[in-house]
Structure formats: C-alpha cells, structure tokens
Design a protein around this ligand. Structure first.
Ligand code: FES
Length: 146
C-alpha cells in the first residue's frame, strides 16, 4: 500500500534536523494509506501548490469507523494526511469537523509556517469528504420522498 504514496521534491528547503520524532513517525509510516471501496464519503483536495490528497470515509452511526488517505505531494502533505486520518478515526462527524490545521500541526509536533497550507489541505479535504457523505444522504432522502 505504501507504493500509493507519491512524494515530491518540495521539502528540500527544510533540513530534517528542524523536524521532530512525531513528524518522522508519520513520514516513515503514514497512517491509513489507501482508498476504501464503496466509501460513504470521499473527496480529492488540490492544494495551491499542485499537491493533492484523496480521502475516503467509512461512516457508521454518524462516526468515522475507517478512513483511507492517498497523498500525492511532498513529505509535509504525506504527514498531514496521515495526522488528520489518525486524529479523526473513531470520532463523530461533528468532532471530525472541529479538527483544525493547528491540531494537525500539533499532532506532528509543529510545522513550518510555509507548510501550514499542507495541514489546511488535509483538513479541507476531510471536510469535503464529510460533505460528500451528507450530500449522498440528503440526495437519497429527496429521491425517496419523490
Ligand atoms: Fe503544498 Fe504540501 S507543499 S500541500
């Protein structure tokens, strides 16, 4: 599954010694890599830099029981996708929607300011995947009512 992670070269300007163990842990073993067939919610977010993250959600009783994420980009994008997936696994949709880019950065032990947009990309894509779930639910209800 790790072969699905594509890492670009945008992280060369941040020497590794500036980063910490938590960051390395997520970089070396990104969590929840891979898509989920028949996911109830999914989205692909595209960052201003061209990096992207795919997020897939399995949802039961308004809670995220499983999450898959496929990052395409630099190490920061990979670690932010990993961190957001870890933060929301087992959480209610309401709780998941309260996760912020700062919470993702904290999970990683901090992020350089110029890579906070990677955390925003992960958080925004999560929100779009949850939105996709709600749109499907409400779409089905409207169809059923017709
Ligand atoms: Fe742009 Fe990571 S460098 S999302």
């Amino acid at each position: 599954m790790d072969s699905e992670v594509e890492v670009s070269e945008k992280d060369h300007d941040h020497p590794p010694h500036l980063l910490n163990d938590r960051f390395y842990e997520h970089a070396n073993q990104p969590r929840n890599i891979g898509g989920i067939p028949k996911a109830e919610g999914k989205a692909t977010g595209l960052g201003v830099c061209g990096d992207s993250i795919e997020i897939y959600l399995s949802i039961r009783n308004q809670a995220i029981v499983n999450i898959g994420q496929v990052p395409h980009g630099c190490t920061y994008t990979v670690t932010c996708g990993s961190a957001v997936s870890q933060l929301v696994t087992g959480k209610s949709l309401e709780e998941a929607l309260r996760v912020t880019p700062d919470a993702v950065a904290a999970e990683l032990g901090g992020l350089p300011e110029d890579h906070m947009h990677c955390a925003s990309l992960a958080v925004n894509t999560l929100g779009e995947a949850i939105d996709d779930y709600y749109r499907k639910i409400w779409g089905n209800r409207e169809e059923a009512a017709q």
